[in-house]
Design a protein around this ligand. Structure first.
Ligand code: SF4
Length: 299
C-alpha cells in the first residue's frame, strides 16, 4: 500500500503558479454560454454522479431526479464504512471491527441528520443487513491497509467545492479518503475512492472530476488518484497531469451543456443502454433497456 501510494519528495511534480487561474478561465469560457438558459434564480449544481449520468443514459437521470432521495442499505453502507475508517485512525485500543462498526452505527443513530432519521425508523432486517455489509467492507479494508498514521494526514469524507461563473456553476464532491498534502507548488495529496464490485471506466472519470475541483480550490492538483476495489484488494492508480485536468474541463463543460439543454432547454432525453438498465426505475416502460437485458440474458 505504502509502495503504491507513496512517493519521494523529489519525485513529486511541481505545477505552475497560474494553473488555477488558467483552468478556471478555460472552464468558465466553455461553460458560461450554456448557463444563459438557466432561470434567473437557479444555479447549476454538478457532482460526480450527475455528471456521469448526463454522459450516460439521460432518461435514467431524469427519472432519478424526479424521485425523492431515500436512504437504502447500499448507500448507507459507504457512509458507515467511512466513519469506521475515521474512527480507526484515532482509535487508541486494539481495533476490533464489530466494535468500530457498532460505534459508527450508534453515532449516526444519535444524529439529527437524514441518515440518523432513517436508521431510527428502518426495520431490524435492514439494520442487520447494513451492519453485516459494513462489517464485511471494513474488515476487507483492515486486511489490506496499514494503520493510517496521523503524519500521513488522513481525512475521510473530505468535501470539495468550487464555484464558477459568478456562483452560477457549482462543482462539489466528497472524497472517501485523502492522504498527504501539497507543499507549496509541489503536489502531495492522494485521493482514494473505495469501491465494492468491479472496475468501471467511470470510476476514473469520477476521480478526475475531484482532481479538477481540488485544483480549482487550492491551486495545486493532487499527486495521485486511486480507486481501491475492496473485494479484490486491488488499486487502479492514475497520476494527475495538466492534460488530464484539461480533458476533464472538456467533459464538465459538455456535461453542463447537456444538462442545461435537458432541464431548461426543452431537449428530450436520450437513452443509452448499459449496466444501469438492471436497476433502472423505468425499465418496465423502456423498450431499448428491456431488449438489451434480454440479449444479455440470452448470451
Ligand atoms: S432501461 Fe436502460 S436505456 Fe432505458 S432508461 Fe433505463 S438506463 Fe436508460
Amino acid at each position: 500500500m505504502v509502495e503504491q501510494l507513496g512517493a519521494q519528495l523529489e519525485d513529486r511534480p511541481v505545477f505552475a503558479d497560474d494553473l488555477r487561474h488558467h483552468l478556471r478561465a478555460a472552464l468558465e469560457t466553455a461553460a458560461a454560454p450554456h448557463l444563459d438558459i438557466l432561470p434567473e434564480d437557479e444555479d447549476l449544481f454538478l457532482h460526480k454522479h450527475r455528471l456521469a449520468q448526463v454522459h450516460g443514459c439521460e432518461t435514467l437521470l431524469v427519472a432519478d431526479e424526479a424521485e425523492e432521495f431515500e436512504w437504502k442499505v447500499p448507500i448507507a453502507r459507504g457512509t458507515i464504512v467511512h466513519k469506521a475508517v475515521e474512527l480507526a485512525v484515532n482509535w487508541r485500543r486494539e481495533i476490533e471491527p464489530p466494535t468500530i462498526i457498532d460505534e459508527a452505527l450508534s453515532r449516526f443513530e444519535q444524529d439529527s441528520g437524514s441518515l440518523g432519521h432513517w436508521l431510527r425508523g428502518c426495520g431490524e432486517a435492514d439494520r442487520a443487513e447494513l451492519r453485516s455489509e459494513s462489517l464485511d467492507s471494513f474488515t476487507k479494508y483492515l486486511e489490506c491497509w496499514p494503520p493510517l498514521k496521523p503524519a500521513w494526514r488522513p481525512v475521510t469524507e473530505s468535501r470539495l467545492r468550487a464555484e464558477l461563473c459568478d456562483g452560477r456553476l457549482i462543482l462539489a464532491g466528497k472524497v472517501d479518503l485523502t492522504l498527504g498534502a501539497a507543499q507549496g507548488r509541489r503536489a502531495g495529496k492522494v485521493l482514494v475512492d473505495f469501491k465494492t464490485g468491479g472496475f468501471a471506466p467511470v470510476h476514473r472519470e469520477d476521480l478526475r472530476f475531484y482532481a479538477l475541483v481540488e485544483t480549482l480550490r487550492i491551486g495545486v492538483p493532487p499527486r495521485l488518484l486511486a480507486s481501491y476495489y475492496l473485494d479484490q484488494a486491488h488499486f487502479v492508480p492514475e497520476v494527475v497531469t495538466e492534460e488530464t485536468l484539461m480533458a476533464t474541463i472538456a467533459r464538465v463543460a459538455d456535461g453542463v451543456g447537456r444538462l442545461t439543454s435537458l432541464l431548461h432547454g426543452g431537449r428530450s432525453p436520450d437513452k443509452m443502454v448499459g449496466p444501469a438498465c438492471r436497476w433502472c426505475p423505468v425499465i418496465d416502460t423502456c423498450h431499448e433497456g428491456t431488449r438489451h437485458l434480454e440479449e444479455l440474458d440470452d448470451r
